[in-house]
Write a protein that binds this ligand. Structure first.
Ligand code: DLZ
Length: 169
C-alpha cells in the first residue's frame, strides 16, 4: 500500500487548524452553478447573488460553469453530468420548491436532497444544496430577493468546500 504524501500547506493547515471561511479565496477554483427554472424570479435572484459572490471570492468568470434545468427534481442528474464532463471543484444547485396542495413538494424535496447528498459522498465533489423549500411565495422572496439573498451564503460555502477538497485531496 502506497503512503500518502502531504504538501507543506496541508501539514500547516492541519497543525494550525486553519479555517478557510476567513479567507474565501476561490482564485484556483472552477465552480459549477446549476439553476432550475421553476419559480423563475426567485431562482434568478439566487443565481445573481451566487455569481456576484463568486466574483468577490476571486473565482474567475471563465471558471464559473453555468447550467439551467427545468425543476429541482432535475438538479441531481445535472450535477452528476457536470461533475463527469467538467473539472469542477464544487457545484451549487439552485432551486425553489413552493408547497402546493399535494405531496409533490415533499417528494421532490426529499428525493432531490437525498440524491445530492449521495452524489457528493460518492464523487467527493462538494455539492451545495441551494434549494429553498418554502410554504409560500412570501417565504421564498424573503430568502432570495434583497439583502437576505441565500445565493450569497451558498456561493461562500461552495468556495470554502472547494478549497477544503483541493487541500485534502
Ligand atoms: C412539478 C413541479 C411542481 C408542482 N412544483 C415545483 C416547484 O415548486 N419547484 C420546482 O423546482 N419544480 C417543481 N416542479 C417540477 C419538478 O421539479 C420537475 O421538473 C418535474 O416533475 C419533471 O421531472
Amino acid at each position: 500500500c502506497r503512503k500518502r504524501r502531504f504538501s507543506a500547506l496541508q501539514v500547516s493547515c492541519a497543525l494550525r487548524k486553519v479555517t478557510f471561511s476567513d479567507t474565501l479565496d476561490g482564485s484556483e477554483l472552477r465552480v459549477g452553478v446549476i439553476r432550475s427554472r421553476w419559480n423563475e424570479e426567485i431562482t434568478a435572484s439566487l443565481l445573481e447573488g451566487a455569481k456576484k459572490t463568486l466574483k468577490e471570492c476571486k473565482v474567475a468568470p471563465d471558471n464559473v460553469v453555468e447550467l439551467e434545468v427545468p425543476g429541482a427534481f432535475e438538479l441531481p442528474l445535472a450535477a452528476r453530468l457536470m461533475i463527469e464532463t467538467q473539472r469542477v471543484d464544487s457545484v451549487i444547485c439552485l432551486g425553489c420548491l413552493i408547497k402546493g396542495e399535494t405531496t409533490h413538494f415533499d417528494i421532490i424535496a426529499d428525493k432531490a436532497s437525498a440524491a445530492i447528498m449521495q452524489l457528493q459522498m460518492t464523487t467527493a465533489v462538494p455539492i451545495i444544496f441551494g434549494v429553498l423549500t418554502c410554504l409560500n411565495e412570501e417565504q421564498a422572496r424573503a430568502r432570495a430577493i434583497g439583502s437576505a439573498n441565500l445565493g450569497v451564503e451558498w456561493a461562500k460555502t461552495a468556495v470554502e468546500m472547494g478549497v477544503v477538497r483541493n487541500v485534502m485531496q
